[in-house]
Design a protein around this ligand. Structure first.
Ligand SMILES: [Zn+2]
Ligand SMILES: [Zn+2]
Length: 287
């Protein structure tokens, strides 16, 4: 015997299953595919645009990432009815502006594919994320002292990529003689930058130290983490003074330096030797 929808009377068919006495259309109208709040509030950072979802701050780089984050948020929030399998959602909303969001639900009801749109009012609450709070408060707790012998496009690319990747955590990038001081909110990022430099150049000397010890308003003693990254990118023509004797760099292949003294004698020195005893050497780049 064929079954019918008790609400609209439509007969059961391959495309119209009857679920709990209702066709998909009436099921959706009467029982609903999901339980949802009529409105939600999203907290966002007015400085960086990060948003707080399920108690955690998520940092988004662009509108697409924001949409994905909001979709993930709703997927967790919406509770599908026991007959509905929620497979995906697609959301249309106005970022950072109180407005209704349209959520397209995609899934299966009684074994049949179904899509249905619902709306939820979204209100946005402006606040400050912990990182931006620190920036606004003016405190940074790590400094990368990036130094090099010769400035070249590789150095520029490296600095640009760091600034791009860690933008949210960088308080300031200050150009100094033969390098940059990069003020960071987080010491672990300073170490990551040093690792990145070591991967890029073979001849890098890294030294870590602490300084600027001070007391916070809560009485805590804090120090700033300093990491000095010295990129030994010698080029032919650079001058280097070893034990008081000046040499000219003839060539450098990333590992070995060929040096010429004033009488034309050539000596070969490994970069590790220079790196280990850097304080004993005086280095001047070619002009
Ligand atoms: Zn019906
Ligand atoms: Zn922020």
């Amino acid at each position: 015997m064929k079954r019918f929808c008790v609400n609209c009377g439509i007969e059961e068919s391959a495309t119209t299953p009857i679920i709990r006495g209702l066709c998909p259309k009436c099921y959706t109208e009467i029982r609903g595919l999901v339980t949802k709040p009529s409105s939600i509030e999203l907290e966002y950072c007015k400085v960086c645009g990060g948003i707080k979802v399920h108690g955690k701050w998520v940092y988004v780089q662009n509108a697409e990432e924001l949409r994905e984050t909001i979709e993930d948020f709703f997927i967790e929030l919406l509770k599908p009815s026991e007959d509905f399998i929620l497979e995906d959602i697609e959301i249309t909303f106005t970022p950072y502006e109180d407005s209704p969001a349209t959520i397209n639900l995609f899934g299966k009801l009684g074994g049949t594919k179904i899509s249905h749109a619902i709306t939820v009012n979204v209100s946005w609450k402006a606040s400050l994320c912990p990182l931006c709070k620190k920036v606004v408060g003016g405190s940074y707790n790590a400094v990368v002292q990036l130094r090099y012998i010769n400035t070249d496009s590789e150095i520029e690319r490296f600095v640009n990529s760091i600034v791009k990747e860690f933008e949210l955590w960088i308080k300031e990038v200050k150009p100094v003689k033969n390098g940059y001081d990069i003020m960071l909110l987080d010491a672990s990022l300073a170490k990551r930058i040093a690792e990145a430099a070591k991967r890029k150049w073979q001849a890098v000397r890294v030294m870590e130290s602490y300084g600027d010890t001070r007391r916070t308003s809560s009485g805590l003693r804090v120090s700033r983490f300093y990491i000095s990254i010295r990129i030994l990118n010698f080029k032919s023509g650079d001058y280097i003074v070893v034990n008081g004797i000046p040499y000219t760099v003839v060539s450098f292949d990333g590992s070995w330096l060929n040096l010429r003294d004033s009488s034309g004698g050539i000596s070969r020195v490994h970069i590790d030797e220079i790196s280990r005893n850097l304080s004993k050497y005086r280095v001047r780049k070619s002009i």
